[in-house]
Structures are given as C-alpha cells and as structure tokens.
Design a protein around this ligand. Structure first.
Ligand code: GLN
Length: 312
C-alpha cells in the first residue's frame, strides 16, 4: 500500500492530467437544471479513516448528488424494515439503463436492485410510508448532515422542480410499480420525495466524509457513532460493487475495483474498505450516465494507491 503522504501529489497530478478531458463527457440534459452546470468543474476528495481529508480542484463546491443519494435512502430503509426490504427489491445487477422499464414488466414489478431508479423509488416508498413528505426529507437531510458533519447541506429545490417537470420516465416507473402492488404511497407523492432526495446538494469533501461509515465496518471513524452493523456495511458495499454503476458496474469493477455509486450530476462516491472513501465530481457523463472523467480519475487513483478490494 502506498504511503498516504503521497496522496496530495498524486491527486494534483491526476487532476492536472484529466482536467483537459472534462469537455469529452456530456452533462445530463433531461433534467434541465443540470444542463446549466459548468462542465469544466472537476473536484476530488479523499477521506481517510484517520479523519484526514485530502482534496484537489472543486472539491468544496456543492453539486447535485442525484443517484448517490440512493445509498443514504437504502441505509435508512434497511434501518426501517430490515431484511424485509428484499421481498420488494432484488439484489442483482440489471444490465440495463438506470431508468429502464422493460425488465420491470418481465419481473412483475419487483425491481432488480435498489440502485436503479425503479428500485430506488420502492426504497423511497418504504421510508416515506406513514410520514408527511417534508418529514421524510427532513430525516434525509438530518442524516446526511450527521454523517458528514456539515450542518449546511440542503436540497436544491430548483433541481427537484426541474426533474419533476421532465420526469415522465420516473412517473411511468412509479405507476407501473403501483399497478403491480409494489408501491404503498401515491406515485406523485413518492416521486416528490424521490426527486427532492436526488436534489441533495453536497460537495466532494462532504460526500467523502458521509461515506466513511461504509469504509469502517458501519461506524463513522471520526465521530465514532455506529451507523449500521458491520454485516450491513459489507452488504451495502457489495450492492454498490454489483449495481452502483448500472449497466457499467462490471466494467467499473474491472477498471477500478472498488464499490461505488454514481449520479447523473457527475458525482461518484467510491469506498476503499478499511482505508477511506473517494468522492469525485465532473459533470460530463459517459454513455451509461456516469461521470466520464470521474471514472478515469478513480481508475488512476486506485491504481496509483494500489486500492482495490480484489488485491491480495
Ligand atoms: N434523479 C435522477 C433520475 O431519476 C437520478 C438518476 C441518476 O443519477 N442516475 O433520473
């Protein structure tokens, strides 16, 4: 394992080498508000379990975390209903796009996993059940503030409204789930919570800190609060490895070798179990909807630091 004192130099080199490539990816446009973000923004933050955070570039600027929020929603839902969640959502990679509906019909309304949109909508239904939407959103915001130690994290309501106005594919998924009896709440209500959850705005540094419990057997190594059991942390990491990058999860495991979750805002949170976390942000996406330069940055950083869950 490479000495962490070299991290600063390695991050600076990766940022310098990859910054010219940020123009190659395409920012998401199906959520109009995301298309307004400057595509040359690029940040990396590494949080180590000793509590230190190493950053380069735009690592302190909040961006729309989008599907990375599915990690936090899943963690809360498992806390709410435990293993019962798996009666409603599967644990297999989908091999399909993140918002695909085809498989959902073939498999009678049970989404393949909690990280594709259909699965995350069911997860949102679980945490929203029995609560007013604002209570559920309050719980989510409180949770990510607690995890990251950043009291100023908020939901960008302009992004949420923007997604609602164009979110027809997600409305289709939610109604389809409802038709199959796999949604308790009204589709509009569940999606209201889902869109706002996706619109959480966080910086790379905040995200890296928020993910630390997954690198440390379920316990935040900085605050020492237990968030989930060691077994649950391991299982969430396993799901991130197999499903976190949608139909690119296999390729990502091959290239990077770390559990990770991407979002269409251009962020990716990766976990290095026992070591720390990496959050990257570059808005330009590849064809599967994950950050192009962010993936390259993770590939280079993991190689330089010799970080992989597959190395002996
Ligand atoms: N809010 C987005 C959607 O539902 C999240 C997708 C993503 O980040 N991959 O389409």
């Amino acid at each position: 394992v490479v000495d962490p004192s070299q991290l600063g130099d390695i991050l600076a080199r990766i940022h310098r080498d990859l910054a010219p490539l940020t123009a190659k990816g395409k920012p998401a446009t199906y959520i109009p508000e995301l298309a307004k973000v400057d595509p040359s923004r690029f940040g990396i933050a590494v949080a180590l379990i000793d509590g230190t955070v190493h950053t380069v570039g735009d690592a302190a600027e909040p961006f729309s975390i989008q599907s990375i929020s599915k990690i936090f929603g899943l963690t809360l839902a498992l806390g709410r209903v435990g293993e019962g969640l798996w009666a409603r959502v599967g644990r297999e990679p989908s091999g399909s796009r993140f918002n695909s509906i085809v498989q959902l019909e073939q498999e009678h309304g049970r989404p393949r996993n909690p990280f594709i949109n259909a699965g995350a909508i069911v997860v949102t239904d679980v945490i929203a059940e029995g609560h007013e939407p604002r209570e559920t959103l309050g719980e989510l915001v409180t949770f990510v503030r607690f995890l990251s130690g950043a009291a100023d994290i908020v939901i960008d309501s302009a992004v949420a409204a923007s997604e609602k106005s164009t979110g027809h594919a997600n409305f289709a998924l939610a109604h389809f789930l409802k038709a199959h009896g796999n949604l308790t709440g009204a589709p509009e209500r569940v999606l209201g919570v889902y869109f706002h959850q996706c619109a959480l705005a966080m910086s790379c540094a905040q995200l890296a800190r928020a993910g630390l419990f997954l690198a440390s057997a379920g316990r935040n190594p900085v605050t020492r609060y237990t968030i989930v059991s060691p077994l649950r942390a391991r299982r969430i990491n396993a799901l991130m490895m197999s499903c976190g990058l949608y139909d690119a999860s296999g390729d990502f495991a091959f290239r990077v070798g770390l559990p990770a979750k991407s979002g269409v805002g251009g962020g990716i949170l990766a976990i290095v179990p026992g070591v720390g976390t990496i959050a990257v942000w570059s808005p330009g996406l590849d064809a599967t909807g994950s950050s192009l330069v962010g993936t390259l940055a993770l590939e280079q950083l993991a190689a330089a630091m010799n970080w992989s869950v597959f190395s002996g």
